[in-house]
Design a binder for this molecule. Structure first.
Ligand SMILES: [Zn+2]
Ligand SMILES: [Zn+2]
Length: 442
């Protein structure tokens, strides 16, 4: 038990990332804790209370503001942060060795502080054009999230009927076939995809209506692993069970999803993950969030191990080092257990060594392991790291763009020319099985 009291477990000490990675991650978490999303992070009753108490502070026609002149204090604070930590790219280009000046000039089209002065802005405008549209979109989205309007797109549907067919081909078909309301603008889609990317990335891999197909995305080994999990996830109907609450006690098996190095994904409130559970109406789930940043939403508790029960799901948050957790959570079974590593940074200099004792343990279980990355380079770095490590493994899913990535761009606050998308890409592996000669397994 003593090990659980060590809050920063070396094996999964994901916090000290290089600046770029950290700065891309941070706004996402803060945005989720922001005012207008408060409703969405508390219960539905509170949401109604909240929306009826407050008048919108910003009209839809008034969402664009230069960051430093925004009517919203958090946006102004962001401008200050970028000015304090960013650099002018034109200065850098002219004198790479010299200390470049801070970006104090805000582009009139996107409102972001981009250059040190108007002159340098004009000189760098051609390059800036490539990102200006995205920054403008992020600017307006951010003001919309905090506008105080009733955000109907976050009024999610409840359980589905058992004969209801869900189409997981893409965000559009999923949202439409599950009956999400008010999903009539790209902005709404970006807001919703940003919070649902975690549960839907998991669901879209595991579900029998997965968009990932044999040959195109999945290997034969991938299909075998997913077939084992789907055997548990889509059982024959159990007569007499109608309430999902019953499942925790009556389901024959519980599927365990382990999220290692969990950060933002652990801060999402349980009802968001119900959108995963609703796609598997006869399955009970345990979601294990493991890592120093695995903290339940709405808690001030510093307990290193916490549980939440919510309908058919049990949420476990644990700060112990993964080796300890692994020993306690075992044995593992490929029919019931699966691992997800969201943007793990396997190749990142600050986290690479911390994953080294963990990956062989995961491979030993012969359970499926899926990972994501926030852009193509991040994914390919992780993939190259896996391939060069000499592990005995099979690829289950070739690295590819994640159908259920967040559609929202997150700007790197130290260099606004860069942005990323949460869970942009996805891949899958598993410890190699030697089916032909079973004695090899020993
Ligand atoms: Zn400059
Ligand atoms: Zn611009």
């Amino acid at each position: 038990m003593a090990s659980r009291l060590r809050p920063l477990a070396p094996a999964l000490r994901i916090v000290p990332r290089a600046t770029a990675r950290l700065c891309i991650q941070r706004p996402a978490i803060e945005a989720r804790r922001s005012l207008s999303l408060k409703s969405f992070f508390t219960s539905r009753k509170k949401e109604d209370q909240f929306t009826s108490q407050f008048e919108p502070v910003l009209e839809q026609a008034n969402l664009f503001h230069p960051l430093s002149k925004s009517p919203l204090a958090p946006v102004r604070a962001k401008a200050e942060w970028i000015t304090a930590h960013g650099t002018c790219p034109t200065c850098k280009e002219q004198e790479p060795e010299a200390k470049s000046k801070p970006p104090t000039y805000e582009c009139p089209d996107c409102g972001y502080p981009t250059h040190c002065c108007e002159e340098h802005y004009k000189m760098g405008k051609e390059e800036h054009k490539h990102v200006c549209g995205t920054l403008r979109e992020v600017n307006e989205d951010e003001h919309d999230l905090r506008s105080g309007r009733r955000m109907r797109e976050f009024e999610f549907p409840g359980a589905q009927h058992r004969d209801e067919a869900v189409n997981l081909s893409n965000w559009d078909t999923f949202l439409y076939t599950r009956g999400f309301l008010s999903m009539n603008s790209e902005r709404s889609m970006r807001h919703v995809s940003h919070v649902l990317t975690y549960p839907l990335t998991i669901a879209s891999v595991l579900h029998q209506s997965s968009p990932y197909q044999l040959g195109k995305d999945l290997t034969v080994e991938g299909l075998k692993s997913l077939a084992a999990l789907r055997h548990t996830l889509h059982p024959a109907m159990i007569p007499g069970i109608t309430q999902s609450q019953d499942l925790r006690s009556t389901a024959t098996h519980t599927v365990r999803i382990f999220c290692l190095g969990a950060r933002a994904e652990s801060h999402l409130p349980p009802h968001i993950y119900m959108q995963l559970a609703y796609l598997f109406p006869t399955t009970a789930f345990q979601l294990h969030f493991i890592g120093p940043d695995a903290i339940p939403p709405h808690t001030k508790s510093k307990e290193p191990h916490q549980h939440i029960h919510y309908e058919q799901m049990t949420f476990v948050y644990d700060n112990s080092r993964y080796e300890t957790y692994h020993a306690e959570a075992g044995p593992f079974n490929p029919y019931y257990d699966v691992f997800f590593l969201f943007s793990p940074g396997l190749a990142h200099p600050s986290t690479k060594d911390m994953w080294k004792p963990t990956i062989p343990k995961l491979l030993d279980t012969k359970c499926a392991i899926f990972g994501t990355g926030f852009d193509e380079q991040d994914v390919m770095n992780d993939v190259a790291e896996i391939e060069s490590s000499g592990y005995e493994l099979d690829w289950l899913m070739k690295p590819r763009e994640n159908v259920f990535r967040s559609l929202k761009h997150e700007v790197n606050m130290t260099d606004v020319r860069q942005s990323a998308q949460c869970n942009w890409g996805i891949w899958g592996i598993r410890g190699r099985r030697y089916d032909v000669n079973p004695s090899d397994q020993n």
